[in-house]
Ligand binder design. Structure first.
Ligand code: BGC
Length: 777
C-alpha cells in the first residue's frame, strides 16, 4: 500500500513549497523501541557565529512533537503537529525562535510522542495500533535571512526523554530523574515532504486553569479534587518530595452515589498520569502528549511528597468564544455554558464525539448535527474545513462517507463489521457542514471544494436505495447500514413510544442532502447538477409520501423525529399539513413534554415546532425538567452535555458505563435553535456570512429576558428581548456591513421601530447600529 498516495488537491494549494529545503529529512530516533515504549527525542548541538536577528523553525513530526532550544520550549502550541489523515496531509508549524538562540553553542531537542499516529485508537475489541506508521520521527529546518542554519539529517543524535510511556488513551508516565542524553543515532526515513502543509486550523491551546472547588480524602488515603467543570484537559501539579517517589493521578467525569470515584465509562482508556519526582525542590508537571476528559482527579501521594498545587488545564482548538445566550432561567444559561464546554472539549484538532473514553474520534454524524451551533459559539471555519478535507480523503471509492474521520479503519479494516462508512445522518456531514460554513462565513469556496464529494455521496445513497426509499439492513456493517436516529429514547419501556424506523430515517436524510446539494449546485453555478439533483429530490419526496404517509396524513411511525424532520425539510405533502400538525402536537402532548428524539431528530425538533407556530410545545419540551429532556442533566449538576439523556439516574447512579459519556456535544445542537429562533437571528443563504439577517424572535415568555450575541466577520451582532404584559421589546444591534429584515412569517405585529410607528403591511429593514422594535404579542 502506498500510504502517501492521493492527497486532496485543495490542501495541496496551501503548501508553501519553501517551508522545507531538500536538506531537511524526516529522521527517526534509532533508540525508539516502538509504540508504548520509552519516549525518545532527536537532537543536535550546533554553533552560531552570531545571534541571527530573525530565525524561524519550521517543524513537523510523525507522532507528536515538543521542541526545545537551549532548554526552552518552542511556542506554546499543544499536541503538534495536530491530527489529520496523515497519509494525505501532515501539518507543520513555523515559529520565530530568534529569542531562544544565542551566539556560540546551541542545542535543539525534539521530543516525540506516540499520539494519534501510533498509540491505540478504538476500543479493545478492535484496537488499532501503529495506525499511520510504527516509527515516530521529526523533520525540522531552522533558517534565518541568510538561509538554512540547520536541518534534520543523518548527523542528528537521539536518546530517551523522561516520558516513560505515553498514548492518547493511555495517559503518560514521566520520570523527572531522567535527563535527556544523546545515546544513539537517527535513521533517515523515506518520506515525501509534499505531504507537509501549513497547519490548516489554529493550534490547540491551554485555557485558563481551574483550581479545585472541593477536595476530600478517601478511606485509603487517596485525595480527590473536584475542579467544578468537566473538560478536555490535563492536570498541572506542583510537588515537593524525595527523588524516586511516584505520584499517580486518575481522572473521572462523574461521581457515583456517596461520591464514589467512577471512571468505568473510560472503558479501556487508562487515562492516568504517573509522575516520579526528581527530588530537587519544587517541581511542576503537566503531560506533554495526552489529554483526558474529566472533572475530578484522584491523587495517590506517597509518604513524604507534598502537593503544592493542582489545577485542571482545559485545552482546545477554539479558545475564543464567539457567541453567548442568556435568559431569565439559570438552568438554560447553564445548558448553553455546557454546550460551549462540550465544544471546547471536543474541538481538539478534530471534532470528536467525546474526550474521555477509548474513542475520541471524529464521528461525522455528531459533527454535522452540531455544526450550526459550533459556528455560533466559536469561529469554526478553519477547524471544520480542515476536518472536511479528512472526510473527503476518507471517502470510499463507492462514495460512502466514513462514520468517523480521520478513519483508522480505512487503513486497517475491521473484518466483522464491514466497511465503517455509509450511514445516513453521518455521511451527510459532507453536505451539511459545508452548508453551515457557507451560511456563517459567506465563502463559497468550501461548497466548491466539497461539491464533487457531495455528489459521490448522493450517488452512493441512490445506489443503496430502492426507488428511492432506502431500506437499510439491521446488521451493523452490512452494506447500506444506518445508525438511524441513534440513541433515540424509547421512553418508559413498559409502554415504549414509537421510534422512527431506519428506512424512514435514512430516506429523510436521502432527501435532505439531495435537496440541499441541488441548492448548493445552483450557488456554485452548476445548473445542470442543480436540475438533476432537484429532479432526484422530487422523486424522493414523492416516494417518501407514498411510502410513509397514510391517506389521513399520519406519518408511519408517528414519532417526534419523523415529524420534526419531515416538517422542517418540507416533506409533508401540502394536503397533509393540517392533519400532520395535529398528529405532531398529539405525539408531543402524549409525552407530557418528554423528548423522544435521538441524534438526528433532536436538532430538528424545536425548530420544526417553532416554524409550525407550536411555540407552546417547544417551550414545554425545552423547559421540561424530567428525563429525557435538556434541563434534567443540568439539574443533576452536569457541566457539559451528556451523550445519553439518562446518563445519570435520579438517585445519581450511573447508567450503563459501557457506553456513557458526560461530554458529548450532539444534544447541545439545541443552541442553534436558541440563536436562530428564540433570539430570532437567522443567517440568510442569499446574503451569507451575515451580510443580511432574518429577524423573527420567538417570544417564549418563560425565558424573558433573553439576550444573545455573536461575533461574525463584520463585528458583533446582538439581540435581546423582554416581555411586559402584551408588549415585547426587541433590541438588535448590528455592525457595519450587516443589514436585517423582519421575517414576513413573524407572528408578532411590529408596532414601532426606534419609536417610529410601523404600518400594518410595512416592511421592516434595519442597518448597522442599535435598534429597538416593539411588538404586540
Ligand atoms: C459515538 C457517537 C457516534 C455513535 C454512532 C458512538 O460510539 O460516541 O457519538 O455517533 O457511536 O454509532
Amino acid at each position: 500500500m502506498n500510504m502517501f498516495a492521493g492527497r486532496s488537491t485543495s490542501a495541496a494549494e496551501e503548501i508553501s513549497h519553501d517551508a522545507f529545503s531538500p536538506k531537511a529529512r524526516m529522521i527517526a530516533p534509532a533508540c525508539d523501541g516502538g509504540q508504548g515504549t520509552a519516549g525518545t527525542f532527536v537532537s543536535r548541538n550546533f554553533t552560531l557565529g552570531g545571534n541571527p536577528s530573525s530565525a524561524r523553525l519550521n517543524i513537523s513530526a510523525l507522532g507528536l512533537y515538543r521542541a526545545f532550544i537551549n532548554g526552552k520550549r518552542v511556542g506554546d502550541d499543544l499536541l503538534t503537529p495536530g491530527w489529520t489523515c496523515y497519509d494525505d496531509r501532515i501539518a507543520y508549524q513555523s515559529y520565530d525562535v530568534s529569542a531562544l538562540l544565542q551566539s556560540g553553542e546551541n542545542r535543539i531537542e525534539i521530543w516525540l510522542g506516540d499520539g494519534w499516529y501510533r498509540s491505540q485508537i478504538l476500543w479493545p475489541s478492535n484496537p488499532i495500533y501503529n495506525c499511520w506508521g510504527d516509527r515516530v520521527a521529526a523533520i525540522a529546518e531552522l533558517s534565518s535571512e541568510d538561509g538554512t542554519l540547520l536541518a534534520t539529517d543523518e548527523t542528528w543524535r537521539s536518546g530517551f526523554t523522561p516520558v516513560l510511556r505515553n498514548g492518547i488513551y493511555y495517559g503518560e508516565d514521566f520520570d523527572a530523574r531522567i535527563v535527556p542524553e544523546d545515546s544513539a543515532g537517527v535513521d533517515v526515513l523515506d518520506f515525501d515532504t509534499a505531504l507537509l502543509v501549513p497547519h490548516e486550523a489554529d493550534a490547540v491551546k491551554e485555557l485558563a486553569p481551574f483550581s479545585p472547588i472541593d477536595s476530600w480524602t478517601e478511606d485509603d488515603g487517596r485525595r480527590v479534587f473536584d475542579f467544578g467543570q468537566n473538560a478536555g484537559a490535563y492536570i498541572r501539579i506542583r510537588l515537593k518530595g524525595k527523588a524516586g517517589a511516584s505520584v499517580r493521578i486518575e481522572h473521572s467525569e462523574v461521581l457515583g452515589p456517596d461520591r464514589f470515584f467512577d471512571n468505568r465509562n473510560y472503558r479501556s482508556a487508562r487515562a492516568e498520569l504517573t509522575y516520579t519526582l526528581k527530588g530537587d525542590g519544587e517541581e511542576t508537571y503537566a503531560p506533554l502528549f495526552t489529554f483526558m476528559g474529566f472533572r475530578y482527579a484522584r491523587v495517590t501521594l506517597p509518604e513524604g511528597v507534598e502537593l503544592v498545587s493542582i489545577h485542571s488545564v482545559p485545552i482546545t482548538s477554539v479558545p475564543v468564544q464567539a457567541g453567548g445566550f442568556t435568559s431569565g432561567i439559570p438552568a438554560v444559561n447553564r445548558l448553553v455554558e455546557n454546550s460551549i464546554w462540550s465544544q471546547r472539549s471536543n474541538f481538539i484538532e478534530i471534532p470528536t464525539d467525546c474526550p474521555q473514553r477509548d474513542e475520541r474520534v471524529g464521528w461525522t454524524g455528531d459533527a454535522q448535527v452540531f455544526a450550526g451551533t459550533a459556528c455560533w459559539l466559536a469561529d469554526s471555519q478553519r477547524f471544520l474545513t480542515k476536518y472536511l478535507r479528512d472526510v473527503m480523503h476518507d471517502q470510499r471509492p463507492n462514495g460512502a462517507v466514513p462514520h468517523f474521520s480521520p478513519d483508522p479503519t480505512r487503513l486497517h479494516p475491521i473484518g466483522e463489521r464491514g466497511d465503517w462508512a455509509g450511514s445516513t445522518g453521518w455521511g451527510d456531514a459532507i453536505v451539511i457542514i459545508p452548508w453551515q460554513l457557507y451560511l456563517h462565513y459567506g465563502d463559497d469556496a468550501v461548497l466548491r471544494e466539497c461539491f464533487p464529494a457531495m455528489q459521490r455521496w448522493l450517488d452512493y445513497l441512490w445506489s443503496i436505495s430502492d426507488g428511492p426509499i432506502i431500506r437499510p439492513p439491521a446488521v451493523w456493517g452490512a452494506h447500506g447500514f444506518t445508525f438511524g436516529d441513534w440513541l433515540q429514547p424509547v421512553g418508559d419501556n413498559r409502554k415504549p413510544r414509537p421510534t422512527v424506523a431506519d428506512d424512514c430515517a435514512a430516506t429523510l436524510y436521502h432527501f435532505i442532502s439531495t435537496d440541499l446539494a441541488s441548492r448548493i449546485a445552483g450557488i456554485i453555478g452548476d445548473e445542470a447538477a442543480a436540475a438533476r439533483l432537484a429532479a432526484r429530490a422530487q422523486e424522493i419526496r414523492l416516494a417518501f409520501s407514498h411510502e410513509f404517509f397514510s391517506p389521513s396524513g399520519r406519518i408511519a411511525h408517528n414519532d417526534q423525529t419523523s415529524w420534526a424532520l419531515a416538517f422542517l425539510y418540507g416533506l409533508v405533502p401540502p394536503e397533509f399539513v393540517e392533519a400532520g400538525k395535529s398528529y405532531f402536537r398529539r405525539v408531543v402532548e402524549e409525552t407530557d413534554g418528554l423528548i423522544g428524539t435521538g441524534f438526528i431528530g433532536t436538532p430538528a425538533l424545536l425548530p420544526a415546532l417553532t416554524e409550525l407556530g407550536m411555540v407552546d410545545l417547544a417551550e414545554k419540551i425545552f423547559l421540561n425538567r424530567k428525563v429525557p429532556g435538556w434541563l434534567y442533566q443540568v439539574d443533576r449538576g452536569a457541566t457539559s452535555i451528556w451523550e445519553r439523556w439518562d446518563a445519570l439516574a435520579e438517585d445519581g447512579s450511573i447508567y450503563d458505563p459501557s457506553m456513557n459519556s458526560y461530554n458529548h456535544y450532539a444534544y447541545g445542537a439545541v443552541c442553534q435553535w436558541l440563536f436562530e429562533y428564540v433570539a430570532g437571528l437567522k443567517p440568510v443563504a442569499e446574503a451569507p456570512g451575515f451580510r443580511s439577517i432574518k429577524l423573527n424572535p420567538s417570544i417564549l415568555p418563560a425565558l424573558s429576558p433573553v439576550s444573545a450575541w455573536h461575533d461574525c466577520r463584520h463585528g458583533r451582532i446582538s439581540a435581546s428581548w423582554s416581555v411586559e404584559g402584551e408588549l415585547a421589546t426587541f433590541k438588535v444591534s448590528l455592525p457595519e456591513g450587516v443589514t436585517a429584515h423582519l421575517d414576513k412569517a413573524c407572528k408578532h405585529r411590529p408596532l414601532s421601530v426606534n419609536g417610529v410607528p410601523v404600518g400594518a403591511d410595512e416592511e421592516v429593514r434595519i442597518g448597522s447600529g442599535a435598534h429597538e422594535i416593539t411588538f404586540a404579542l
